[in-house]
Ligand binder design. Structure first.
Ligand SMILES: Nc1ncnc2c1ncn2[C@@H]1O[C@H](COP(=O)(O)OP(=O)(O)O)[C@@H](O)[C@H]1O
Ligand SMILES: CSC[C@H]1O[C@H](OP(=O)(O)O)[C@H](O)[C@@H]1O
Length: 406
């Protein structure tokens, strides 16, 4: 249950972090370290540890027995630190260049010591500033194809797969997603958070029976479909980038779930950034170019994911059914449908749910923010309700463009 600390657990401070890094022999002199708490996420402490003399540095991320964004009234399991460490190590088996290196895991203190990625920027910040990352699609496609294929029944033996499902049971973090992504935003729930002026659009959404029926199916898939070890929170705040490097961080929501969930969350956050550029890029030519780039990232990620997953399917696929004509086509057909549906849920929850995105919330002009949030709600609903008709990735990008420019 959430909130129960391990024996010996205590929240770290800038003074006590040294006790965690000292035994690692990473630094020349642990008495000369500069330590700052830099966490800007919703849940954990993140300490940046630097040794100025050598330029060496590390990150110590620690889970608190509650959700930092809400406080002690929202107890939360410390086991999420183990899950995060394990998921990073698992991903490193297949895509070591695309995740931070884990140096040490301390289960007692619920913390992970990892590579410092301060030379990278959080993708969400870069995209808000209109930065183009030429390798982003290729890198995220590779991350998705490699991690999802190799942790699925397509590759693992049925026994190994079930062992992995057991190791990544993550009920409390899943419950957050079940509530905050799939349930609360679709009902009049106290966790929701939106401007009063959006009430009529939100009412329309709450009264849309078809939308609720379709969202119920997506939630059921999230609850029941243990396809692969998914990252579980793959938004643009969970990705660090430079021009030629990409690192996926923060897999504390990892569990065995639907493959489409990770792809859908990534696409949804690109779609929200697309909308936000009606404000962030006031120059129309620059805006068009950047918005075109965002849709290319979506199309390119899907194309490269599909190509790599297909290659893995054909060369490493274990199950006899994987060689039956049509099975692979059926898999990708359903995957795209679910990806689009999950993307719709993420777009809606990031607009009116508990956890918003800076892309839209940083828009100072209230009227513009409202107009774009309204569009986000329309986009999310269309993606959920029309996902079966959107049978090609270009249908997704056309829908984003169509709703945004209507
Ligand atoms: N490996 C890292 N290197 C540098 N900074 C990091 C690293 N991991 C996290 N951070 C910083 O801490 C912030 C919060 O980290 P995150 O893992 O998203 O925490 P939370 O789980 O609380 O959301 C990131 O936005 C980033 O600024
Ligand atoms: C109370 S958790 C809300 C929200 O925060 C998580 O994101 P992050 O850890 O990256 O800040 C996750 O998306 C949860 O839904």
């Amino acid at each position: 249950m959430g909130g129960h600390a391990n024996a010996g657990y205590h929240p770290l401070t800038t003074e006590t972090v040294v006790q965690v890094v000292a035994p690692l022999n990473h630094f020349a002199d642990v008495n000369q370290l500069e330590i700052k708490e830099i966490g800007d996420g919703n849940l954990n402490y993140v300490f940046h540890v630097v040794e100025p003399a050598t330029g060496k540095s590390l990150i110590v991320k620690q889970a608190l027995p509650y959700a930092k964004v809400v406080g002690e009234s929202w107890p939360l399991t410390l086991d999420r630190a183990r899950i995060e460490s394990e998921a990073l190590r698992r991903a490193a088996e297949y895509v070591p260049a695309l995740v931070p290196k884990v140096h040490h895991t301390d289960e007692r203190l619920a913390c992970t010591v990892m590579e410092d990625l301060s030379d990278h920027v959080i993708l969400r910040k870069g995209l808000i500033q209109g930065q183009v990352y030429p390798k982003l699609a290729e890198h995220i496609a590779t991350f998705l194809a490699q991690t999802l294929f190799h942790t699925s029944d397509f590759f693992l033996s049925p026994m190994d797969k079930k062992e992995q499902v057991r190791a990544f049971i993550n009920p409390e973090l899943c419950k957050i997603t079940e509530d905050l992504v799939f349930t609360d935003p679709f009902f009049n729930h106290e966790t929701n958070d939106f401007p009063e002026a959006l009430q009529s659009s939100v009412d329309a959404l709450w009264n849309d029976l078809e939308l609720k029926r379709e969202t119920a199916k997506l939630k059921h898939a999230f609850l029941t479909r243990a396809e692969a070890l998914v990252h579980g929170d793959l938004h643009t705040g969970s990705i660090f980038v430079t021009t030629d490097s990409t690192k996926v961080i923060d897999p504390e929501f990892a569990y065995y779930g639907p493959i489409a969930f990770d792809i859908g969350q990534f696409f949804a956050n690109l779609a929200l950034n697309y909308l936000s550029h009606f404000h962030h890029s006031p120059d129309p030519q620059q805006r068009r170019t950047f918005q075109k780039y965002l849709l290319e990232v979506i199309e390119e990620t899907w194309a490269q994911f599909k190509e790599q997953f297909t290659q893995l399917w054909q060369t490493k696929g274990q199950d006899v059914y994987m060689r039956v004509a049509g099975v692979e086509d059926d898999f990708f057909e359903r995957l795209l449908e679910d990806t689009i549906g999950f993307a719709g849920c993420e777009v809606i929850r990031r607009t009116i749910g508990l956890a918003h995105v800076a892309d839209l919330d940083s828009i100072s002009d209230e009227e513009t923010q409202l107009r774009l949030k309204d569009k986000a709600l329309i986009l999310g609903s269309v993606l959920i309700k029309q996902r079966r008709q959107l049978t090609r990735i270009t249908h997704l990008s056309e829908t984003i463009r169509g709703v945004a420019h209507a």
